[in-house]
Design a protein. Structure first.
Ligand SMILES: Nc1ncnc2c1ncn2[C@@H]1O[C@H](COP(=O)(O)OP(=O)(O)O)[C@@H](O)[C@H]1O
Ligand SMILES: [Mg+2]
Length: 242
């Protein structure tokens, strides 16, 4: 039996009167790729913030492997192998592509020369070798998403949280990004949680999915089960920007 890598139990987050997460349970096994689905405002990014340690839950607990990390800082969680990308990419725009990736490696204590070699490997993995010495500000949205992924890989994650990796990316570039997500598991054995607004893109990629609505888990199951669920269908049909 595969061990659970992440267990979120009864996580609750309130912002003033808004319940962004309402007693959310989530179990992710080592090596799994899981989709976090739901309309805008459902709580998907807040769930990532709780797992990454950026937003403390008012209730509930987070376990990473055998360790309760509910009270652990985000930097401790990063050291334990949780990495993320952001819905809005945040590269150092004045630094080059490779320098952006090197920052994460140097901060692990590597020398500049070793960091450059290792960074080049991640840049190649995400298909940006041709842009190695270009400033990050010259990249397209899709390329910036891939740079984010390379920066996340540089922290050597066990669990990678990808927030709307296809958001704002032009349609022809989306398959390239999905292929990268597939290779994270196949070639690197990384457990991946991927937030998506548009569930169609994750068919064939995610083993399982949870569907959030107004901070609550509405359905969990295979992608197929979630997509066919009556409540999910009615939310998507009624959600004009889905
Ligand atoms: N920092 C914050 N302050 C106040 N409200 C927030 C904050 N972050 C999120 N929210 C609210 O919490 C709810 C869930 O937001 P979010 O997790 O960003 O949803 P999603 O990523 O699914 O679109 C929304 O109603 C949003 O407005
Ligand atoms: Mg979001």
């Amino acid at each position: 039996m595969t061990a659970n890598l992440l267990e979120v139990s009864q996580a609750t987050v309130q912002f003033g009167g808004v319940v962004a997460l309402d007693r959310v349970d989530l179990t992710v096994r080592e090596g799994q790729t899981m989709a976090i689905l739901g309309p805008n405002g459902a709580g998907k990014t807040t769930l990532f913030n709780v797992v990454a340690g950026v937003v403390p839950p008012s209730q509930g607990s987070i376990r990473l492997g055998d360790t309760d990390v509910t009270k652990a800082t985000s930097s401790l969680r990063s050291a334990k192998g949780i990495a993320r990308t952001f819905q809005i990419t945040q590269p150092f725009s004045g630094l080059t592509v490779i320098e952006n990736v090197m920052v994460a490696i140097v901060s692990r204590g590597q020398s500049m020369a070793a960091a450059r070699d290792e960074a080049a490997e991640y840049v190649e993995f995400v298909g940006l070798s041709a842009k190695l010495d270009e400033p990050a500000r010259t990249l397209s949205t899709g390329q910036r998403k891939r740079l984010e992924l390379a920066r996340a890989l540089a922290t050597k994650p066990r669990l990678l949280l990808l927030d709307e990796v296809t958001g704002g990316v032009d349609r022809p570039s989306i398959p390239q990004i999905l292929d990268l997500i597939r290779r994270l598991r196949e070639e690197r054995g990384i457990t991946v949680l991927v937030v998506e607004h548009n569930m169609e893109v994750l068919f064939g990629l995610a083993d399982e999915a949870i569907f959030l609505n107004r901070g609550k888990v509405l359905v969990t199951g295979t992608m197929q089960e979630v997509a066919e669920h009556a409540a999910v269908r009615s939310i998507y049909l009624g959600d004009s920007d889905a």
